[in-house]
Design a protein around this ligand. Sequence first.
Ligand SMILES: NC(=O)c1ccc[n+]([C@@H]2O[C@H](COP(=O)([O-])OP(=O)(O)OC[C@H]3O[C@@H](n4cnc5c(N)ncnc54)[C@H](O)[C@@H]3O)[C@@H](O)[C@H]2O)c1
Ligand SMILES: C[C@@H](O)[C@H](N)C(=O)O
Length: 376
Amino acid sequence: MPIVRNLSRAASQVLQRPGCGCQASIGSVRCISFSPRKVTSDASFHSVSFSETDHPRVLITGGLGQLGVGLAQLLRKRFGKNNVILSDIRKPPDNVFYSGPFIYSDILDYKNLREIVVNNRITWLFHYSALLSAVGEANVPLARAVNITGLHNILDIAAEHSLRLFVPSTIGAFGPTSPRNPTPDLCVQRPRTIYGVSKVHAELMGEYYHYRYGLDFRCLRYPGIISADSQPGGGTTDYAVQIFHDAMKSGKFQCNLKPDTRLPMMYIDDCLRATLEIMEAPTDSLSMRTYNISAMSFTPEELVQEVRKHIPELQVNYNMDAVRQAIADSWPMNFDDSNARKDWGWKHDYDLPELVSTMLNLLGSVGTTTRVAQVN
Ligand SMILES: NC(=O)c1ccc[n+]([C@@H]2O[C@H](COP(=O)([O-])OP(=O)(O)OC[C@H]3O[C@@H](n4cnc5c(N)ncnc54)[C@H](O)[C@@H]3O)[C@@H](O)[C@H]2O)c1
Ligand SMILES: C[C@@H](O)[C@H](N)C(=O)O
């Protein structure tokens, strides 16, 4: 504990000193001045003695959503249970709370975030807190606060403390004027949702902090992610998870997108493995800081046909949700991820048939609530 207290004091001395990664407040605006390409320049900060382990010490924000718990399981397997802290503003269920460190963290509370990073000597941060596309349209002020102001807090904390920072982006960072089939890494990005706008902002700010301050920012644009043991958080691609639950439970499914709406999708194990792989990729293998990743692309009708190979009696009707349909119609149909494959060897494992049989097997078997994605 004394070591932690010393580190905390030293860090706050550094942070209060003007001109060297300083921080001051003007009204509600936080002023940060980092040294370009040199984030922690103060020698006294480095002279604080504490024993580093070989493993990164990880914080995951927004960890109780669809993806965070699975990511924590994967990272704990890799780096050790106590080196990975899951955080959120919600109360964790028992199985999550007792499976490893959990802490309350509101990403809008900058001081609390900094305290967590300092006291736990965090070195890697996975920033998962966000409002997704559909819930974002339902509450734009909150989405703007969480997805944009929250991101600013995360960037400043990461730059101040020389963290390696992962921020996921999305197919939703593109819009109707982007090439949709396929969508390359670099092209016009004019999304029409607050979610998409905030994610383009995150990509650009992260890359700016990388080039300006040397922040080790890494970002993947995820497709719609499909998982069995966690529920999606209010996105446009949620139907592709719901169909499995409804098919197993009642044999009936009502789809809120039109049958021919094509979107890129990915099984959660591929998504989480890609996330770990880009975080572990050698810096010189990364020719960019934001990459598309892709696995498959399908329409609701194609997904239904594949599910019916296992559950032939599945009944489906289409009852379009206008907000989600408009969003989906503006998003990529196919994602070009050739740069990720070339630069750091990205390769998906799950195609549509594999995804469907895996989901149905998992939902059909009793007690499968804690599967861990496999790392190669
Ligand atoms: N799931 C997908 O299909 C998908 C696809 C592309 C990108 N992503 C991105 O991956 C990340 C994780 O996605 P997810 O599906 O797990 O999201 P989710 O909506 O399921 O979970 C988000 C979490 O953020 C938390 N949160 C909200 N406000 C917060 C605050 N002020 N402070 C701290 N936490 C807060 C919520 O409580 C929730 O647990 C997001 O950034 C999302 O944009 C997800
Ligand atoms: C695609 C992704 O960002 C999320 N699942 C959404 O639909 O909003």
